[in-house]
Design a protein around this ligand. Structure first.
Ligand code: FDA
Length: 307
């Protein structure tokens, strides 16, 4: 039953018609729990609030799968504006971007041009940009673009994400290791075929530990992005055993998910970064958060009743 619900929610996350309907209800659907607002100033307020609570941030201006070049250029302009808005501010902050939002499905050259503009601005303002990993269809091309940008800008300014549900991820980490990459490791959020991804949660969790272990020992930087307390406890132990200094790794969690856990880890002295999505295009992101935990649908229904 839960699997059916999860699949339905993931299918709805790609449906333009469902999106159109959902957007009419706006934040009344409960999206405000996972997305602090639609404007850049909403994002600034969220980052300030996290900073006060001892938490770093990564900002994601929501949007994905654009199909017109102007939209992709506008998305890149917005990333540049965001970097400029934060220039000189004392927050520990970087940007997370999606290549399909920057034109990957239209033309790889256009996407590369947009990324180049964003990462150059990040370098000039002393920031870092992480390329989020999307569905399997975009996996190889994302890694190729990442490698090209890495060759030009270096690990201080560009990183990407590896998804533990994919069978290929341990090999990807081994192949990238000589470059000492800055990688965020996640379980994976998209609906994938069993021909490319572990269908069972137990196997994903096991492979997650395997890829974390490989990356911690690669000499690069590691962001362990999960709310899974068993994995978090295991990572604390493993970094101690391997003697990995805090400067080389951090925990990451999503805005609005397990906020007390985020704060308690920060109080214990761990570096914790919160992923803050913002913007009008919140629908696909919101639906994936519901799919991760179908019990969340209960809270959407409650918000509808309350509104
Ligand atoms: P798991 O799903 O096992 O959840 C563990 C526990 O966390 C649950 O029992 C529950 O308590 C809590 N929890 C998890 N999700 C919740 C939710 N939606 N609502 C309420 N509670 C929830 N994926 C991807 O494919 N590409 C990417 O680039 C990224 N980027 C990214 C950045 C950051 C900072 C994070 C934290 C996550 C991602 N992800 C991602 C998403 C990731 O792949 C995964 O889908 C989610 O993190 C959920 O998995 P967990 O590791 O939390 O474990």
């Amino acid at each position: 039953m839960e699997q059916l619900m999860r699949n339905t929610l993931l299918k709805l996350s790609r449906s333009r018609r469902a999106e159109h309907l959902a957007r009419r209800f706006g934040f009344r659907l409960g999206a405000g729990r996972f997305v602090p607002g639609e404007s850049l100033e909403d994002a600034v307020r969220a980052v300030e609030e996290l900073h006060r609570r001892g938490l770093a941030a990564t900002l994601d201006h929501l949007g994905e799968f654009v199909d017109r070049p102007e939209e992709a250029r506008q998305a890149a302009d917005f990333c540049v504006r965001t970097l400029e808005r934060f220039a000189g501010l004392p927050y520990d902050l970087y940007l997370s971007v999606k290549l399909t939002q920057l034109g990957l499905d239209i033309d790889e050259g256009l996407c590369m041009e947009n990324m180049h503009r964003i990462v150059a601005r990040a370098r000039d303002t002393g920031r870092f940009v992480r390329i989020d990993m999307e569905d399997y269809a975009h996996n190889e091309v994302t890694l190729t673009i990442y490698r090209k940008l890495l060759a030009e800008f270096g690990t201080e300014h560009i990183g990407t994400v590896i998804q533990a549900y994919l069978y290929k991820s341990a090999d990807d980490i081994r192949a990238l290791a000589p470059l000492r990459p800055n990688l965020r490791l996640v379980k994976g959020a998209y609906k994938e075929s069993p021909s490319v991804a572990y269908p069972e949660k137990r196997d994903v969790d096991e492979n997650y530990k395997r890829v974390i272990d490989l990356q911690l020992q690669s000499g690069g930087r590691t962001a362990v992005a999960t709310h899974d307390e068993a994995i978090i406890a295991w990572v604390k132990e493993r970094v101690r055993e391997l003697n990995i200094p805090q400067a080389r790794w951090e925990f990451q969690m999503l805005y609005g998910i397990r906020p007390q856990l985020q704060e308690s880890l920060a109080r214990e002295g761990y570096k914790v970064r919160v992923y803050v999505p913002f913007g009008e295009d919140w629908y696909g992101y919101f639906m994936r958060r519901l799919a991760e935990r179908p019990a969340n649908v209960g809270f959407v229904l409650k918000s509808l009743v309350k509104s």
